[in-house]
Design a protein around this ligand. Structure first.
Ligand SMILES: Cc1cc2nc3c(=O)[nH]c(=O)nc-3n(C[C@H](O)[C@H](O)[C@H](O)COP(=O)(O)O)c2cc1C
Length: 406
């Protein structure tokens, strides 16, 4: 599930050296399921051909409003009304100035003026052009008009010197656009709420090169973070090592050990409305971490590692819990429901998601899962074997329903 699926996004491309990066952003939007249409300024066509965008979007590219192929519709009005979100990428100093003035002297500016959709502007230009008081004045005007402006990156410019004015990378732009777009959808069930998700398997160091960990891939936690975002929440993901990409619009905090994870969760918990502890946190860690790599023992003597319990995060949180709805996970290989029920009560959880990781298609690493949700004074609910994304959504919707009953 993606919040971009079937959404109507218009990308306005103006004539800067970063115009080619708009193609990459469009690819990312298309991958998320958006329907994208492109308007180009005449100067933009000097940098990238309309054919590139037409091929990527599988839609005609608008460069001129006076060649009316469809007598039923005026090009800019039809496009402006179709648009649900408008992205101006890259936005030249010139286009920004025109927008600030409300000019409409070509099809790009006319469409921008004619749409009521939210507008996101990504300035990209030479650092002196960006710092120029006129540009700064124009950007301040756009912000005052309710247009969202992404701050350019600082780095090497096409001119061969460093400065502020670079267009941020397409994945950063998508991230930002996702956050802005979601925040505007006030009818989503988790709108205005902060959801904290933990994911991945912690690593407890034995020595500088070895650690104790588990088979968690982080997929379930990442799916929950994404689902919470799609339901309108502001999401922070505390991630133990995982190879997965951060879902767009989600703030990720990286941790390694169980102790790091506890510290990070404690720092965020107060301002959280819902906590989902999907991380596989080590129950034990080596009592001491060797400063140097442990060598093979002489005479083939066995090596004994002394383990000590790690902090119990959920138990610690139970003592400071206020309004937060707390969801734990229980990955078990035997006596699933009995063990999960014990954990639910001992840790004062609002819900525990139990999964039997010994079953095929369930638990660690795979793309599917089947879970049983246990809540105090409720009958258990078992999902069918579903994609982790679908399971994630069911967990959050069940949590919301339970919270509403309270
Ligand atoms: C090689 C080249 C690169 C340019 N890069 C930029 C740029 O990155 N940002 C910018 O604001 N203008 C840039 N310009 C200037 C714009 O192309 C110029 O201001 C033009 O009038 C913008 O038209 P438009 O806003 O209608 O697309 C560049 C010009 C050239 C020739």
């Amino acid at each position: 599930m993606s919040i971009w699926k079937h959404r109507h996004v218009t990308v306005v491309v103006s004539g800067g050296i970063a115009s080619y990066k708009a193609a990459m952003l469009i690819r990312l939007l298309m991958k998320q399921g958006a329907t994208v249409r492109v308007v180009m300024t005449v100067h933009a066509t000097e940098f990238v051909t309309p054919l590139t965008f037409q091929t990527l979007t599988q839609q005609p590219v608008v460069t001129d409003e006076f060649t009316m192929t469809d007598p039923q519709h005026v090009v800019h009005v039809e496009l402006a009304d179709w648009t649900e979100l408008m992205l101006v990428v890259p936005a030249t100093a010139n286009l920004i100035a025109k927008m600030a003035q409300g000019l409409a002297d070509d099809v790009a500016t006319t469409t921008i003026l004619a749409t009521t959709a939210p507008k996101l502007v990504v300035p990209a230009m030479n650092s002196h052009m960006f710092a120029n008081p006129a540009t700064q004045r124009n950007l301040a005007q756009l912000t005052a008009d309710g247009v969202r402006v992404l701050d350019p990156a600082t780095g090497m410019l096409a001119e061969g010197y460093a400065g502020k004015g670079r267009m941020p990378e397409p994945d950063e732009i998508l991230n930002w656009a996702t956050t802005v777009f979601l925040a505007q959808q006030t009818d989503l069930p988790l709108h205005g709420e902060r959801v904290l998700v933990t994911a991945g398997g912690t690593r407890e160091p034995i020595d500088p090169v070895r650690y104790i960990s588990n088979r968690s891939s982080g997929k379930m936690g990442y799916a929950i973070a994404e689902a919470a975002r799609n339901l309108g929440a502001t999401v922070t993901l505390i991630s133990a090592p995982s190879a997965l990409a951060t879902p767009a619009g989600v703030t990720r905090i990286d941790v390694t050990t169980a102790q790091d994870l506890l510290t990070a969760v404690e720092a965020e918990f107060k301002t959280t409305d819902m906590l989902v502890m999907a991380a596989a946190v080590s129950d034990y860690r080596p009592a001491t971490t060797a400063m140097q790599k442990i060598k093979k023992q002489a005479d083939h003597e066995p090596l004994t590692l002394h383990l000590t319990e790690t902090a119990d995060i959920l138990k610690t949180l139970a003592t400071v819990k206020q309004h937060q709805f707390v969801i734990g996970f229980a990955a078990e290989t035997q006596a699933l429901l009995a063990n999960a029920n014990r954990k639910l009560a001992a840790k004062k959880l609002d819900m525990i998601v139990a999964n039997d990781v010994s079953k095929p298609g369930v638990g660690f690493n795979g793309d599917t899962n089947q879970v049983t949700m246990l809540r105090p004074e409720h009958e258990p609910v078992t999902t069918p074997l579903l994609s982790k994304a679908a399971v994630a959504e069911q967990i959050l919707l069940t949590a919301l329903q339970t919270r509403e009953e309270e």
